[in-house]
Design a binder for this molecule. Structure first.
Ligand code: CA2
Length: 153
């Protein structure tokens, strides 16, 4: 029997506030709701998802470093660190498996400072603008990648 692929799902600063503020941008779903949905969806794909959130850049960097050899892929919504963090880019670049970047909102419809992502340079692809379902879409992309072995250039 093949081992279930292990996916580390990381959420960055302030995403623990989901569902409590700015529902017009981020919706009514809480982080606990997203986590439950991701874990269930991962099970459906025969994967195991481990979800973590931190408000601290260094903690996210450490978790990415520790993921090497332990996880097969990383799904990450780095939140505001998306637009500032070379440290996260470097850590994700060192990770040997696929990285999928997720954003709840369409960052390209928002303020210009949100249009640039440092971490996209380490990601296979980015999903933005579809709210919480974006995490499930990321798992679907990984499932397809692992079943076909095909990466889009
Ligand atoms: O759209 C996304 O997922 C973002 O990564 C969310 C970040 C933002 O800085 C990025 O530009 C796009 C912000 C997360 C803040 O989460 C909140 C949750 C509830 C209330 C207020 C903020």
């Amino acid at each position: 029997m093949t081992m279930a692929k292990r996916v580390l799902v990381l959420n960055g600063p302030n995403l623990n506030m989901l569902g409590q503020r700015q529902p017009e941008i981020y919706g009514h779903t809480t982080l606990a709701g997203i986590t439950a949905d991701v874990e269930a969806a991962a099970g459906g794909f025969g994967m195991e998802a481990v979800c973590r959130q931190s408000n601290h850049e260094g903690e996210l960097v450490t978790w990415i470093q520790e993921a090497r050899g332990d996880f097969d892929a990383i799904v990450i919504n780095a939140a505001a660190y998306t637009h500032t963090s070379v440290a996260l880019l470097d850590a994700l670049t060192l990770f040997e498996g696929p990285v999928v970047e997720v954003h709840l909102s369409n960052i390209h419809r928002r303020e210009p400072f949100r249009h640039h992502s440092y971490i996209s340079g380490a990601a296979l692809g980015m999903i933005a603008g579809f709210g919480p379902v974006g995490y499930r879409m990321a798992l679907m992309a990984l499932d397809d990648l692992w079943r076909t072995g095909e990466e889009t250039p």
